[in-house]
Design a protein around this ligand. Structure first.
Ligand SMILES: Cc1cc2nc3c(=O)[nH]c(=O)nc-3n(C[C@H](O)[C@H](O)[C@H](O)COP(=O)(O)OP(=O)(O)OC[C@H]3O[C@@H](n4cnc5c(N)ncnc54)[C@H](O)[C@@H]3O)c2cc1C
Length: 378
């Protein structure tokens, strides 16, 4: 019997396999397709720490207070990204020049200040910027902008590099990575579980659910209901341009993330919807593309000179309250959820390590009992 079977070959799964194999646990990762082909390899590569502004505006301060206990996880996650680059010996493209939330109107500015107060109360460094501060820090931003907030620990990493690096390191430590193996049913046995797959039954003492946007379907196989959704969203990349966008940029008016890769390409995202047809096939939405680019150009006029190369869609794993789901559900011991919604690129490695800590009985850097499946937000 395998000690731990990890289901899902995205960042959460590959990092889970790594952190378990590192401690000598017998681990097999099962992935239906190839590694890193879903959200973990298709995202915008933003490394976030702040409370996302759009849901803050939409849902208000009570929502933000419920979400805010996630901030220490994000902060720990950023420290882990930096450490992993050295530990895995791979260039993961980690850079933390800071995140800049830009406001265009006094009303937006007031919302930025209110959000920063909640963030600071949870230990996040955030500096409020006047119009002059903003000009000094980011002269590339439109002079029409009123001010903003700066979080110095945010930044970016390379989604194409991270999952393969964790998977290769896990394999070197003895983990088995099985591509093109799909889990179709799960039965809880007297000891452990049987996973029915297209490659035959597999017995495991414990399971890690790292199935991303399909984690609810996997959990349902073991009779566990999870409040998870899958949303089609898209990202756009331009041709390389001269250095323009120094920070991870957000806009307080509408959904936008904007950053520049080390090779000069601009990545434009923020969670604009993509299309999904009746068969489930995803495609980019031209309306979202136009709106997303118009926003990017409004905030950083220099973006207008960059030519778009590609827009691609992918499913993001979401929860309505944006909180992660980490650990064992009541009634199914040994079935661990490693689910970080919306910002699971930032938090994939740390979520994996927190779940590995639970499996290993190791003390964690952060108490995540409040994020157990079925736990209620405080
Ligand atoms: C367009 C887009 C932009 C984003 N931008 C950012 C960003 O800038 N910053 C950020 O922090 N986050 C971002 N995210 C979110 C982030 O990418 C995801 O939260 C994260 O990658 C989820 O990782 P995961 O490993 O849990 O899931 P995934 O990467 O989706 O991997 C899950 C894997 O499980 C496999 N699987 C599912 N069911 C089964 C089964 N039954 N049997 C076998 N295998 C199975 C799937 O094939 C898949 O490969 C973005 C997401 C999208 C879609």
């Amino acid at each position: 019997m395998i000690d731990v079977v990890v289901v899902g070959g995205g960042l959460a799964g590959a990092a889970s396999a790594y952190f378990l194999a590192e401690e000598g646990v017998g681990v097999t990762l099962l992935e239906r397709g190839d590694l890193n082909t879903k959200a973990s390899g298709s995202n915008a590569g933003s490394i976030h720490a702040q409370i996302p502004h759009a849901p803050f505006v939409e849902n208000g301060e009570d929502w933000a207070r419920g979400f805010a206990p996630t901030i220490p996880i994000m902060m720990e996650g950023i420290a882990l990204w930096r450490a992993m680059e050295a530990e895995l010996g791979v260039d993961l493209g980690v850079a933390t020049p800071g995140g800049l939330l830009v406001a265009e109107t006094p009303a937006q500015m007031r919302a930025v200040v209110r959000k920063a107060e909640i963030e600071r109360a949870h230990g996040l460094p955030v500096e409020i910027l006047s119009r002059e501060d903003l000009r000094r820090l980011a002269p590339y931003v439109s002079p029409a902008m009123e001010g903003g907030a700066f979080c110095p620990i945010e930044g970016k990493a390379n989604p194409l590099a991270a999952t393969p690096a964790f998977a290769a390191a896990a394999e070197r430590l003895g983990a088995r990575i099985r591509r093109f193996v799909e889990v179709r049913a799960i039965t809880a046995e007297r000891v452990g579980f049987t996973l029915e797959t297209n490659a035959g039954p597999i017995r495991a003492r414990r399971i890690v659910n790292a199935a991303g946007a399909e984690a609810a379907a996997l959990a349902a196989m073991a009779g566990v209901a999870l409040p998870l959704e899958a949303h089609p969203i898209q990202v756009t990349v331009t041709e390389p341009v001269a250095p323009l966008v120094k920070h991870l940029l957000y806009f307080a008016g509408e959904k936008l993330t904007l950053k520049q890769t080390p090779l000069g390409a601009l990545l434009v995202g923020g969670g604009w919807p993509a299309r999904r047809d009746a068969t489930g096939r995803l495609s980019a939405s031209p309306e979202s593309l136009a709106a997303n680019l118009a926003l990017a150009t409004r905030v950083v006029p220099g973006v207008a000179d960059a030519r778009v190369v590609r827009t691609w869609p992918a499913l993001v794993n979401g929860t309505a309250d944006w909180r992660p789901i980490l650990g064992e559900p009541p009634g199914v011991p040994g079935f661990y959820m490693a689910i970080f919604p919306w910002m699971g690129f930032t938090a994939g490695p740390v979520a994996a390590r927190l779940v590995a800590d639970m499996i290993l009985g190791r003390e964690s850097a952060i108490d995540v009992a409040a994020f157990a499946p079925g736990a209620k937000a405080a």
